[in-house]
Design a protein around this ligand. Structure first.
Ligand code: ARG
Length: 409
């Protein structure tokens, strides 16, 4: 008996995959796996109902805590891809691993997903799955399915899909972000209506201060209340979302090279990233900060590609972790007009001397104002020299041109 484990959401794509895996691929049994990374309850209800109607063996795996850890790791790397804090991207390897575990427990022969051949998710799932010895099947991509074909097929086979199911937009929600795409939003020139947003209210005039405490780069408390990662992210999504914080409307360069118009909501991510960076600004040296930006860029790109398990990531994280030992302290963030602005920061590791920076003090660690004179004399020395040389050369050339002109006549 051949069994396949399918990444199952109960949406149109994965619903049509169930009979197709039997009819077209010849599997005797399909099991559906839904992984909880913080989707809304309604999505689990839908998956369960659809599974029941399909008579599908259905498993739900709770990976919220694990996913929240990954999200907070991404904060230590100040991670975003082109301005998008990577919610969907970070979730995929977690989901793929969880499905692989279920498949192996049940002695499955293959793994399947309902991703199309145009997006990033097929690559993220398969990057994890192809490391196992199970077969990997992508029916939508392999059979070249279109939404119209799927709708007709579902109709013919009496499959439980309610008129295209998801509505106007294609939504992907987890703890870290809510992505809204498709329909008219595909047109980069289309202004999104306010009703695409569910996590964020339209930014208003009121403001609010929130205090976030970090320990070695990880947020551990909000307004003095210690929280576990899942709870902390959920709390900040609520608090910041009420002020319209964390909306992104962008052109995103997908892995395959396609540009797509994307809209996201990510209030907690925006708040934590802003706060974390503000604390780093206080405790890290200029050199650490600037080198870390290169590390962050690489980390974010690999995370976007779903390659959390890439050995480069371990190396990059080695650097990140080394810097985070000092990222302990408190940041006050002001939610103001859709922005999360750090307005105060405090840390026992502050690389900051008020005396040194202040205008009011004469001598700090034996250094006086006048000691800067020597530095000031040297500063820009090479540039001045280079410009002098260039000016002299230009003058010489101009003189030659004039001489030449005169002798020619
Ligand atoms: N473009 C994003 C990514 O690749 C998110 C896509 C989410 N999917 C959706 N149907 N809204 O990470």
């Amino acid at each position: 008996m051949e069994t396949v484990a399918l990444a199952f959401s109960g949406g149109l794509d994965t619903t049509v995959c169930v009979p197709l895996l039997e009819e077209e691929y010849g599997y005797d049994e399909v099991i559906g796996v839904t992984v909880d990374v913080g989707q809304p309850d309604a999505e689990f209800d839908e998956a369960a109902e659809t599974a029941e109607t399909l008579d599908l063996d259905h498993y739900v795996v709770d990976a919220k805590a694990e996913f929240a850890e990954v999200c907070l790791d991404s904060v230590t790397a100040n991670a975003d891809y082109q301005g998008y804090p990577l919610g969907t991207a970070l979730a995929r390897p977690v989901i793929a691993e969880a499905i692989l575990d279920v498949a192996q427990e049940h002695g499955c022969d293959a793994l399947a997903h309902g991703c199309t051949g145009k997006g990033n998710d097929q690559l993220r799932f398969e990057a994890v799955w192809r490391g196992s010895d199970l077969d990997v099947i992508a029916p939508v991509r392999e059979l070249g399915l279109t939404r119209e074909w799927e709708m007709e097929y579902a109709d013919d086979h009496d499959l439980p899909v309610e008129g295209g199911n998801e509505g106007v937009w294609s939504i992907d929600t987890n703890l870290w972000s809510r992505s809204i795409e498709g329909g008219q939003l595909e047109d980069p020139g289309y202004v999104p209506p306010e009703n695409i947003y569910e996590w964020t209210d339209a930014p208003g005039g009121d403001t609010e201060l929130v205090e976030i405490e970090f320990e070695q780069g990880y947020p551990v408390a909000v307004d003095g209340e210690a929280m576990e990662p899942v709870e902390l992210i959920e709390a900040l999504n609520e608090l910041a979302g009420a002020h319209g914080v964390g909306r992104t409307d962008m052109m995103e360069d997908r892995m395959l090279g396609l540009k797509v118009r994307e809209n996201y909501e990510h209030p907690a991510a925006t708040t934590l990233l802003a706060a974390h960076e503000a604390l780093e600004g206080l405790v890290l040296t200029k050199e650490e900060r600037s080198f870390k930006q290169q590390v962050e860029q690489q980390w974010s790109e690999k995370a976007y590609e779903g390659l959390l398990a890439h050995p480069l990531m371990d190396a990059l994280e080695g650097f990140v972790d080394a810097t985070q030992t000092k990222v302990t302290g408190t940041v006050t963030v002001k939610f103001d007009g859709g922005q999360a602005r750090p307005v105060a920061r405090e840390s026992e590791y502050a690389v900051y001397s008020e005396d040194a920076a202040s205008f009011n003090t004469e001598t700090v660690q034996g250094i006086e104002q006048a000691d800067a004179t020597g530095v000031a004399k040297y500063h820009g020395f090479q540039a001045r020299l280079a410009n002098e040389v260039a000016d002299a050369a230009a003058e010489k050339e101009a003189a030659l041109a004039t001489d030449g002109g005169e002798t020619d006549e």
